[in-house]
Design a protein around this ligand. Structure first.
Ligand code: ARG
Length: 278
């Protein structure tokens, strides 16, 4: 954890804004294949417990005053609970996902249809990308991960469609296969991240763009602590990320800890379950 001068970082006025999230109840959740190092089909999962944990996440958003919309889960798509991967939505424009693995391919059209039916302007991607798993939106830039799932060509495609500058970041640790497993926006202009997930050059980009970032430890990253959701004032985060939680509090954020241990067996946390409709 970096110790920036206290005067700069403590108890700044944090402003939360009301958000609209899309979520998918994990009625068909299980780990039946392995497409990341967290997933071991031999370990077994408890679907009812996954649903309970997911419901507590949904209640946390609602009690913070956020709006939650739901997409129907589809049998045979156990990872559909990870709504973040379904699309990237900026100013009502929906850039569709095109999944890297065949096991999840059908989720892309399912999410895109949900938005089409509600009158959004949509683009079915030509290049592989996993939605908000690899695109994180700040006020002036969209940070975009590549290395495991999303193709750099999709970064350019998203930039053209959305009219926002996209900054490419290279991920190098297979445990942190999506950008949202290693970094989250604290607000519109600052982030928290785990340095070990990034290539040397991408790390220097992050240091240049965000000199006042929250730097997370390996132990916080290993419980998917960076897979958190901030509304600018409140941060919903895995309860096990104790070091990160302390630093967030020190900086004046309200912390809402959640237990999503069952969903972590598939490599997902709070952010993975949450697609923001901007
Ligand atoms: N099992 C899923 C996969 O590997 C987990 C996706 C988590 N989502 C995320 N936004 N990181 O694709």
């Amino acid at each position: 954890m970096s110790l920036a001068p206290l005067a700069e970082t403590t108890r700044r006025d944090r402003t939360s804004t009301v958000r609209h999230y899309l979520m998918c109840r994990p009625e068909f959740f299980t780990v039946s294949y392995s497409i990341n190092p967290w997933m071991d089909p031999a370990k077994g999962t408890d679907t009812a417990e996954a649903v309970r944990q997911w419901e507590s996440l949904r209640r946390a958003y609602e009690s913070l005053g956020h709006r939650v919309s739901l997409i129907d889960p589809i049998e045979g798509l156990p990872d559909m609970v990870f709504a973040a991967n379904g699309a990237l939505v900026v100013e009502g424009r929906v850039y569709g996902a095109k999944f890297a693995h065949a096991e999840r391919a059908a989720e892309g059209p399912a999410y895109l249809d949900w938005f089409r039916q509600r009158g959004h302007e949509t683009l079915a991607a030509s290049f592989t990308n996993e939605g908000e798993g690899d695109y994180l939106t700040l006020d002036d830039v969209i940070l975009a991960g590549t290395g495991f799932r999303t193709d750099v060509a999709a970064h350019m495609e998203a930039q053209e469609f959305l009219g926002r500058p996209v900054v490419t970041l290279r991920l190098v640790d297979p445990r942190f296969y999506h950008l949202d497993t290693a970094l989250f926006p604290l607000d519109g202009h600052n982030v928290a991240y785990y340095p070990g997930a990034f290539s040397a050059g991408s790390l220097r980009v992050l240091q240049r763009l965000f000199p006042d970032a929250v730097i997370a430890s390996a132990s916080d990253a290993e419980v998917l602590g960076l897979n958190a959701v901030s509304d600018g004032g409140n941060v919903v985060v895995n309860a096990e990320a104790t070091g990160l939680i302390l630093e967030l509090k020190r900086r004046g954020f309200e912390v809402v800890p959640v237990d999503l241990s069952e969903l972590r067996k598939s490599g997902g946390g709070p952010k993975c379950c949450t697609l923001e409709i901007r």
